[in-house]
Ligand binder design. Structure first.
Ligand code: ADP
Length: 393
């Protein structure tokens, strides 16, 4: 059985084609600058990489081209080989707590929830409509970023603000990166061979969030009403005192959206270091003694440790702490600094094992009270698994 996982952005479309017999990636790639001058695509398969500039006016053009190329390159012999298409969808509000077969109602809901994810939901709809047009008879499944967090209780997801904001406008914590946290929870269950576990999943990439998971279910997560909340990120501030917003509006003559833009795009590592949003640059600079880079790195670590401590108490202990995503999978210095701060919880890492990059590895020492793992996330595979299980029903 072959399944395509799709992640559609406003001008891009990422895909992975899976052979679900052994869950291997047959081909993957990216179609970029769709509807913009200079549109191009990259397809990787069999260890080769094909890049080409081609005019693509819309997502439908991109999907046509993708399928054409899959056949031309003999990656598949006919479109009949594609059994299902899984779409990464961002916001399902509190209506969707698991993946679903995409129907007209799902598309209508995505549109209705666009207020909550103004960049992502409309782009997801473009991706769905393009596949619907080009492959009308193939079942499609939607996998929401918010779904895994729907098991949080009210104490976790409500903000201490006027209750009517929640009732009337849906102001609450939704959480994001749910598909990644669910993949981590499943992976830890497989490693331990049981499900009654307390897991702290640290998805730290350019965006980042931490989830507290008990018996495979999310009980709290660091992102909130939007992905701006929680830990410090590449360019996002994470949690701040909201009064800063009106104060800076007055000081800089900006409106609220402009200050929120500063918090989304000019804060985090970039904001504090005044140099880069990329952890590789920050670490290198910090190692050379750059004070702003050291500050940015240390604040980043502090916000992660704060959430881990919080979730350790909430879970009543922890069986596993997992690092994943760009920084979590690759940055041994950040993992070391986080784990050193967790010494009071009995965490000890093996410095040699911690040097690993991008491979499932237990990096905690034998004497550690909590097992610490690096587990590369795989949202695309999770989407393909959900698609296979729903279309098989
Ligand atoms: P996104 O949130 O955009 O999906 P990723 O999970 O791909 O981000 O993470 C990207 C980030 O991972 C980069 O900005 C970079 O800071 C970090 N990263 C990647 N490789 C390394 C590395 N070897 N050391 C430190 N950080 C790294």
């Amino acid at each position: 059985m072959k399944i395509i996982s799709i992640n559609a952005g406003s001008s891009s479309l990422k895909f992975s084609l899976f052979n679900m017999e052994d869950e291997t990636v047959i081909a993957s790639g990216l179609f970029e600058r769709i509807g913009i001058e200079g549109s191009c695509y990259t397809i990787k398969y069999n260890g080769e990489k094909i890049e080409q500039k081609v005019e693509m006016n819309n997502h439908e053009d991109a999907v046509h081209l993708l399928l054409e190329r899959l056949i031309d390159l003999h990656i598949i012999e006919s479109l009949d080989e594609i059994n299902g298409v899984g779409h990464r969808l961002v916001h399902g509000k509190d209506k969707y707590s698991s993946s679903v077969i995409i129907t007209d109602e799902v598309i209508k809901d995505l549109d209705e929830f666009s207020d909550f994810a103004p960049l992502h939901n409309p782009a997801n709809i473009l991706g769905i409509k393009a596949f619907k047009e080009v492959l009308p008879n193939v079942s499609m499944v939607g996998v929401f970023d918010t779904a895994f967090h729907q098991t949080m209780d009210k104490t976790a997801y409500l903000y201490p603000v006027p209750y009517s904001w929640y009732k009337d406008y849906g102001v609450r914590k939704y959480g994001f990166h749910g598909t990644s946290h669910r993949y981590i929870a499943d992976s830890v269950n497989r490693i331990f061979g049981r499900e009654d576990l307390r897991v702290i999943s640290c998805h730290i990439g350019n965006g980042g969030s931490i989830a507290a998971i008990q018996n495979g279910k999310c009980i709290d997560t660091s992102m909130g009403f939007t992905p701006l909340a929680g830990i410090m990120m590449g360019t996002r501030s994470g949690d701040i005192d909201p009064s800063i917003i009106t104060y800076v509006m007055e000081k800089e003559g900006k409106n609220a959206s402009e200050v929120i833009e500063d918090l989304n795009k000019h804060s985090g590592l970039l904001g504090l270091s005044e140099y880069s949003h990329d952890m590789r640059d920050i670490i290198e600079s910090a190692e050379q003694g750059n004070e702003k880079a050291i500050l940015a790195r240390d604040k980043y670590v502090r916000t992660i440790v704060n959430y881990i401590g919080q979730y350790y108490l909430l879970l009543g202990g922890a069986d596993a702490i997992v690092f994943t995503a760009g920084v979590g999978e690759n940055s041994s210095p950040i993992r070391r600094l986080v784990c050193e701060s967790l010494l009071p919880l009995g965490v000890k890492i093996d410095l040699e094992k911690n040097e690993i990059r991008g491979e499932v590895t237990k990096i905690s020492d034998k004497g550690s009270k909590i097992s610490v793992y690096v587990i590369p996330t795989n949202e695309e595979l999770m989407i393909a698994r959900d698609t296979m299980s729903l279309i098989g029903e």
